[in-house]
Design a protein around this ligand. Structure first.
Ligand code: ASP
Length: 342
Protein backbone atom coordinates (compact mmCIF):
# COMPACT_ATOMS: atom_id res chain seq x y z
CA UNK A 1 0.00 0.00 0.00
CA UNK A 2 1.46 3.42 -0.87
CA UNK A 3 2.35 5.62 2.04
CA UNK A 4 0.01 8.47 2.82
CA UNK A 5 1.31 11.93 2.08
CA UNK A 6 0.86 15.01 4.20
CA UNK A 7 1.67 18.60 3.32
CA UNK A 8 2.79 20.62 6.32
CA UNK A 9 2.31 24.34 5.79
CA UNK A 10 4.47 26.33 8.19
CA UNK A 11 3.36 29.93 8.72
CA UNK A 12 5.06 30.70 12.06
CA UNK A 13 3.74 31.21 15.60
CA UNK A 14 5.05 30.29 19.03
CA UNK A 15 5.58 26.68 18.01
CA UNK A 16 8.61 27.78 15.97
CA UNK A 17 9.88 30.59 18.17
CA UNK A 18 13.19 30.98 19.94
CA UNK A 19 14.20 33.68 22.36
CA UNK A 20 16.31 36.47 21.00
CA UNK A 21 19.67 36.29 22.83
CA UNK A 22 19.86 40.07 23.12
CA UNK A 23 16.34 41.19 24.04
CA UNK A 24 14.96 37.90 25.42
CA UNK A 25 11.77 38.45 23.35
CA UNK A 26 10.37 35.51 21.42
CA UNK A 27 10.93 35.66 17.68
CA UNK A 28 9.85 33.38 14.86
CA UNK A 29 12.38 31.10 13.13
CA UNK A 30 12.19 29.38 9.77
CA UNK A 31 11.13 25.75 9.35
CA UNK A 32 14.71 24.46 9.09
CA UNK A 33 15.22 25.35 12.77
CA UNK A 34 11.84 23.99 13.78
CA UNK A 35 12.50 20.71 11.99
CA UNK A 36 15.67 20.12 14.03
CA UNK A 37 13.56 20.09 17.18
CA UNK A 38 11.20 17.35 16.01
CA UNK A 39 13.15 14.25 15.03
CA UNK A 40 9.93 12.31 15.74
CA UNK A 41 8.64 13.40 12.33
CA UNK A 42 11.09 10.99 10.67
CA UNK A 43 9.48 8.08 12.54
CA UNK A 44 6.11 8.51 10.87
CA UNK A 45 5.34 5.99 8.15
CA UNK A 46 4.22 8.89 5.99
CA UNK A 47 5.61 11.12 3.31
CA UNK A 48 5.69 14.58 4.85
CA UNK A 49 6.45 17.52 2.59
CA UNK A 50 6.78 21.09 3.78
CA UNK A 51 5.63 24.38 2.36
CA UNK A 52 7.04 27.19 4.41
CA UNK A 53 6.14 30.88 4.39
CA UNK A 54 9.15 32.93 3.21
CA UNK A 55 9.16 34.61 6.58
CA UNK A 56 7.64 32.94 9.64
CA UNK A 57 4.94 35.20 11.05
CA UNK A 58 3.45 35.90 14.40
CA UNK A 59 -0.22 35.33 13.58
CA UNK A 60 -1.09 38.88 14.71
CA UNK A 61 0.45 39.91 11.38
CA UNK A 62 -1.72 37.60 9.32
CA UNK A 63 -4.81 38.57 7.34
CA UNK A 64 -6.74 37.97 4.12
CA UNK A 65 -3.63 37.91 1.88
CA UNK A 66 -2.12 35.11 3.97
CA UNK A 67 -5.41 33.19 4.04
CA UNK A 68 -5.46 33.38 0.24
CA UNK A 69 -1.88 32.17 0.05
CA UNK A 70 -2.67 29.12 2.21
CA UNK A 71 -5.93 28.36 0.36
CA UNK A 72 -4.16 28.55 -3.01
CA UNK A 73 -1.36 26.21 -1.86
CA UNK A 74 -3.93 23.67 -0.66
CA UNK A 75 -5.93 23.98 -3.87
CA UNK A 76 -2.94 23.58 -6.16
CA UNK A 77 -1.48 20.65 -4.15
CA UNK A 78 -4.82 19.05 -3.38
CA UNK A 79 -4.46 15.94 -5.55
CA UNK A 80 -0.91 15.22 -4.39
CA UNK A 81 -1.64 14.85 -0.66
CA UNK A 82 -4.01 12.96 1.62
CA UNK A 83 -4.20 15.75 4.17
CA UNK A 84 -2.88 19.16 5.15
CA UNK A 85 -1.52 20.42 8.48
CA UNK A 86 -1.02 24.12 9.03
CA UNK A 87 1.36 25.28 11.75
CA UNK A 88 0.04 28.64 12.83
CA UNK A 89 0.18 31.04 15.76
CA UNK A 90 -2.72 30.56 18.10
CA UNK A 91 -3.70 34.24 18.36
CA UNK A 92 -5.54 34.42 15.04
CA UNK A 93 -5.81 30.71 14.31
CA UNK A 94 -9.61 30.77 14.71
CA UNK A 95 -9.85 33.53 12.05
CA UNK A 96 -7.64 31.66 9.58
CA UNK A 97 -9.50 28.39 10.20
CA UNK A 98 -12.85 30.11 9.67
CA UNK A 99 -11.70 31.90 6.51
CA UNK A 100 -10.26 28.70 5.00
CA UNK A 101 -13.48 26.81 5.69
CA UNK A 102 -15.36 29.26 3.44
CA UNK A 103 -12.65 29.58 0.80
CA UNK A 104 -12.23 25.82 0.32
CA UNK A 105 -15.66 24.68 -0.78
CA UNK A 106 -16.19 20.95 -1.36
CA UNK A 107 -13.26 19.73 0.78
CA UNK A 108 -12.97 15.97 0.89
CA UNK A 109 -9.67 15.88 2.83
CA UNK A 110 -8.59 17.15 6.25
CA UNK A 111 -7.07 20.59 6.74
CA UNK A 112 -5.86 20.74 10.36
CA UNK A 113 -4.48 23.88 11.98
CA UNK A 114 -2.35 23.57 15.07
CA UNK A 115 0.30 25.43 17.03
CA UNK A 116 1.37 25.67 20.64
CA UNK A 117 1.55 27.81 23.73
CA UNK A 118 5.22 26.96 24.38
CA UNK A 119 7.92 26.87 21.67
CA UNK A 120 8.84 23.43 20.43
CA UNK A 121 12.41 23.66 21.73
CA UNK A 122 11.23 24.01 25.33
CA UNK A 123 11.13 20.74 27.22
CA UNK A 124 7.52 21.16 28.45
CA UNK A 125 6.26 22.19 25.03
CA UNK A 126 2.72 21.33 24.04
CA UNK A 127 3.81 21.72 20.41
CA UNK A 128 5.05 18.19 19.83
CA UNK A 129 1.86 16.46 20.87
CA UNK A 130 -0.22 18.96 18.95
CA UNK A 131 1.81 18.55 15.78
CA UNK A 132 2.16 14.77 15.94
CA UNK A 133 -1.54 14.14 16.60
CA UNK A 134 -2.60 16.70 13.99
CA UNK A 135 -0.51 14.80 11.44
CA UNK A 136 -1.99 11.51 12.55
CA UNK A 137 -5.53 12.87 12.15
CA UNK A 138 -4.69 14.38 8.76
CA UNK A 139 -3.55 10.94 7.57
CA UNK A 140 -6.42 8.98 9.11
CA UNK A 141 -8.58 7.13 6.59
CA UNK A 142 -11.21 4.44 6.62
CA UNK A 143 -11.61 2.31 3.50
CA UNK A 144 -9.45 4.79 1.63
CA UNK A 145 -11.61 7.77 2.58
CA UNK A 146 -10.42 10.58 4.90
CA UNK A 147 -12.21 10.50 8.24
CA UNK A 148 -12.10 14.29 8.52
CA UNK A 149 -13.14 16.26 5.45
CA UNK A 150 -13.19 19.80 6.76
CA UNK A 151 -11.04 22.57 8.24
CA UNK A 152 -10.33 21.86 11.91
CA UNK A 153 -8.22 23.15 14.78
CA UNK A 154 -6.36 20.58 16.88
CA UNK A 155 -5.16 21.70 20.28
CA UNK A 156 -4.51 19.87 23.55
CA UNK A 157 -6.19 16.54 22.81
CA UNK A 158 -9.27 18.01 21.11
CA UNK A 159 -10.17 18.42 17.47
CA UNK A 160 -12.63 21.23 16.78
CA UNK A 161 -14.49 22.41 13.71
CA UNK A 162 -12.36 25.38 12.67
CA UNK A 163 -15.16 27.86 12.07
CA UNK A 164 -16.59 27.16 15.54
CA UNK A 165 -13.39 27.83 17.46
CA UNK A 166 -12.38 30.65 19.70
CA UNK A 167 -9.11 31.18 21.57
CA UNK A 168 -10.04 31.15 25.25
CA UNK A 169 -6.73 31.25 27.07
CA UNK A 170 -3.50 33.17 26.66
CA UNK A 171 -1.71 30.71 28.96
CA UNK A 172 -3.37 27.32 29.32
CA UNK A 173 -2.42 24.50 27.00
CA UNK A 174 -6.14 24.08 26.53
CA UNK A 175 -6.27 27.31 24.55
CA UNK A 176 -9.28 26.69 22.30
CA UNK A 177 -12.90 25.87 22.61
CA UNK A 178 -15.84 25.50 20.26
CA UNK A 179 -18.51 26.74 22.66
CA UNK A 180 -21.55 25.87 20.57
CA UNK A 181 -20.45 22.55 19.11
CA UNK A 182 -18.98 19.40 20.62
CA UNK A 183 -15.42 18.54 19.50
CA UNK A 184 -15.03 16.51 16.32
CA UNK A 185 -12.60 14.14 18.07
CA UNK A 186 -10.80 13.56 21.36
CA UNK A 187 -7.29 12.16 21.49
CA UNK A 188 -6.52 9.78 24.35
CA UNK A 189 -5.08 6.32 24.01
CA UNK A 190 -7.15 6.23 20.83
CA UNK A 191 -8.41 9.06 18.67
CA UNK A 192 -12.16 8.91 19.12
CA UNK A 193 -14.15 10.67 16.42
CA UNK A 194 -17.55 12.22 16.98
CA UNK A 195 -18.70 10.59 13.75
CA UNK A 196 -22.25 12.04 13.48
CA UNK A 197 -20.84 15.56 13.92
CA UNK A 198 -18.20 15.37 11.18
CA UNK A 199 -18.98 17.70 8.29
CA UNK A 200 -19.53 16.32 4.81
CA UNK A 201 -19.76 18.79 1.98
CA UNK A 202 -22.67 18.50 -0.45
CA UNK A 203 -20.27 19.75 -3.15
CA UNK A 204 -18.38 16.79 -4.67
CA UNK A 205 -15.26 18.60 -5.85
CA UNK A 206 -12.91 21.15 -4.29
CA UNK A 207 -13.50 24.69 -5.46
CA UNK A 208 -11.27 27.60 -4.55
CA UNK A 209 -13.18 30.75 -3.61
CA UNK A 210 -10.39 33.18 -2.95
CA UNK A 211 -12.10 36.52 -3.48
CA UNK A 212 -12.38 38.35 -0.16
CA UNK A 213 -13.62 41.85 0.53
CA UNK A 214 -12.65 43.15 3.96
CA UNK A 215 -15.19 46.02 4.03
CA UNK A 216 -16.49 44.72 7.34
CA UNK A 217 -16.70 46.55 10.67
CA UNK A 218 -17.41 45.63 14.28
CA UNK A 219 -19.70 47.50 16.62
CA UNK A 220 -19.61 46.22 20.18
CA UNK A 221 -22.36 47.65 22.37
CA UNK A 222 -21.49 48.47 25.98
CA UNK A 223 -23.11 50.41 28.80
CA UNK A 224 -22.27 54.10 28.42
CA UNK A 225 -21.39 53.78 24.71
CA UNK A 226 -20.95 57.38 23.44
CA UNK A 227 -23.05 58.44 20.45
CA UNK A 228 -19.94 59.59 18.61
CA UNK A 229 -18.53 56.06 18.88
CA UNK A 230 -21.35 54.22 17.11
CA UNK A 231 -21.98 57.08 14.69
CA UNK A 232 -18.37 57.11 13.60
CA UNK A 233 -18.32 53.35 12.95
CA UNK A 234 -21.61 53.42 11.06
CA UNK A 235 -20.35 56.46 9.15
CA UNK A 236 -17.25 54.76 7.70
CA UNK A 237 -18.10 54.86 3.98
CA UNK A 238 -16.13 51.71 3.05
CA UNK A 239 -18.08 49.43 5.37
CA UNK A 240 -20.68 47.22 3.72
CA UNK A 241 -21.37 44.88 6.65
CA UNK A 242 -21.19 45.85 10.31
CA UNK A 243 -21.21 43.04 12.85
CA UNK A 244 -23.15 44.12 15.91
CA UNK A 245 -21.82 42.41 19.02
CA UNK A 246 -24.93 42.53 21.14
CA UNK A 247 -25.81 41.43 24.67
CA UNK A 248 -27.29 38.05 25.58
CA UNK A 249 -29.71 36.68 23.00
CA UNK A 250 -29.18 39.62 20.65
CA UNK A 251 -30.22 42.64 22.73
CA UNK A 252 -29.07 46.23 22.38
CA UNK A 253 -30.06 49.66 23.75
CA UNK A 254 -33.44 50.94 22.51
CA UNK A 255 -32.26 54.57 22.43
CA UNK A 256 -34.03 56.03 19.35
CA UNK A 257 -30.88 57.77 18.11
CA UNK A 258 -28.97 54.49 18.12
CA UNK A 259 -31.77 52.67 16.31
CA UNK A 260 -32.04 55.50 13.76
CA UNK A 261 -28.29 55.24 13.04
CA UNK A 262 -28.59 51.48 12.47
CA UNK A 263 -31.67 51.97 10.32
CA UNK A 264 -30.04 54.54 8.06
CA UNK A 265 -27.02 52.20 7.59
CA UNK A 266 -29.38 49.37 6.53
CA UNK A 267 -31.49 51.66 4.38
CA UNK A 268 -28.39 52.63 2.42
CA UNK A 269 -28.17 49.01 1.15
CA UNK A 270 -25.80 47.66 3.81
CA UNK A 271 -26.01 44.88 6.38
CA UNK A 272 -26.07 44.76 10.18
CA UNK A 273 -25.33 41.23 11.37
CA UNK A 274 -26.16 40.53 15.00
CA UNK A 275 -24.01 38.11 17.03
CA UNK A 276 -23.84 37.79 20.79
CA UNK A 277 -21.03 38.85 23.11
CA UNK A 278 -21.78 35.75 25.18
CA UNK A 279 -19.35 32.88 24.90
CA UNK A 280 -22.15 30.41 24.41
CA UNK A 281 -25.66 30.40 22.97
CA UNK A 282 -27.42 32.08 20.11
CA UNK A 283 -29.04 35.31 19.01
CA UNK A 284 -32.82 35.02 19.15
CA UNK A 285 -34.12 38.23 17.59
CA UNK A 286 -37.48 39.31 18.97
CA UNK A 287 -37.27 37.30 22.18
CA UNK A 288 -36.93 40.48 24.24
CA UNK A 289 -38.29 43.94 23.63
CA UNK A 290 -34.64 45.08 23.40
CA UNK A 291 -34.12 43.04 20.24
CA UNK A 292 -37.55 43.39 18.61
CA UNK A 293 -36.73 46.89 17.36
CA UNK A 294 -33.56 45.50 15.73
CA UNK A 295 -35.63 42.89 13.92
CA UNK A 296 -38.09 45.57 12.81
CA UNK A 297 -35.43 47.68 11.12
CA UNK A 298 -33.90 44.73 9.25
CA UNK A 299 -30.96 43.68 11.43
CA UNK A 300 -30.24 40.04 10.62
CA UNK A 301 -29.34 37.21 12.96
CA UNK A 302 -25.94 35.55 13.05
CA UNK A 303 -27.41 32.87 15.34
CA UNK A 304 -24.58 31.16 17.27
CA UNK A 305 -21.71 32.17 14.97
CA UNK A 306 -18.42 33.10 16.59
CA UNK A 307 -17.03 36.54 15.88
CA UNK A 308 -14.28 34.86 13.84
CA UNK A 309 -16.79 33.00 11.65
CA UNK A 310 -19.09 36.02 11.26
CA UNK A 311 -16.24 38.28 10.23
CA UNK A 312 -14.58 35.95 7.72
CA UNK A 313 -17.92 34.78 6.31
CA UNK A 314 -18.85 38.42 5.71
CA UNK A 315 -15.56 39.06 3.89
CA UNK A 316 -16.06 35.87 1.89
CA UNK A 317 -19.64 36.70 0.83
CA UNK A 318 -18.77 40.29 -0.09
CA UNK A 319 -16.03 38.82 -2.28
CA UNK A 320 -18.56 36.64 -4.12
CA UNK A 321 -21.36 39.10 -4.84
CA UNK A 322 -22.76 42.56 -4.21
CA UNK A 323 -26.36 41.34 -4.13
CA UNK A 324 -27.40 42.31 -0.61
CA UNK A 325 -30.47 40.05 -0.52
CA UNK A 326 -28.29 37.06 -1.41
CA UNK A 327 -25.68 38.06 1.18
CA UNK A 328 -28.40 38.41 3.85
CA UNK A 329 -29.73 34.98 3.06
CA UNK A 330 -26.29 33.33 3.02
CA UNK A 331 -25.29 34.98 6.30
CA UNK A 332 -28.29 33.38 7.97
CA UNK A 333 -27.66 29.93 6.46
CA UNK A 334 -25.09 27.34 7.40
CA UNK A 335 -22.55 27.17 4.56
CA UNK A 336 -19.87 24.98 6.19
CA UNK A 337 -21.43 23.98 9.49
CA UNK A 338 -20.56 27.35 11.09
CA UNK A 339 -23.98 28.01 12.65
CA UNK A 340 -26.85 26.12 14.21
CA UNK A 341 -30.31 27.23 13.19
CA UNK A 342 -33.21 26.41 15.46
N1 ASP B 1 1.68 35.43 19.24
C1 ASP B 1 1.70 34.05 18.83
C2 ASP B 1 1.00 33.95 17.48
O1 ASP B 1 -0.19 33.94 17.42
C3 ASP B 1 1.06 33.17 19.83
C4 ASP B 1 1.04 31.72 19.44
O2 ASP B 1 1.67 31.28 18.53
O3 ASP B 1 0.40 30.95 20.13
O4 ASP B 1 1.66 33.90 16.46
Amino acid sequence: MPKHSILLIYTGGTIGMISDPESGALKAVDFEHLNEQIPELANFDLNIAVHSFDKALDSSNMGPEHWKHIARVIFSEYDSYDGFVILHGSDTMAYTASALSFMLEGLGKPVILTGSQLPIGIIRTDGKENLITAIEIAADKEDGVSKVQEVCVYFEYSLYRGNRTHKISAEDFEAFESPNLAPMAEAGVHITYNVPALYRSPVPELMLRDELDASVGLLTVYPGMPKAYYKSILGVPELKIVILQSYGSGNAPTDPEFIAALRSFIDSGKVILNITQCEEGSVDLGKYETSRHLLNIGVISGYDMTLEAALTKSMFLLGQSDDIDWINEQLQSSLRGELTRP
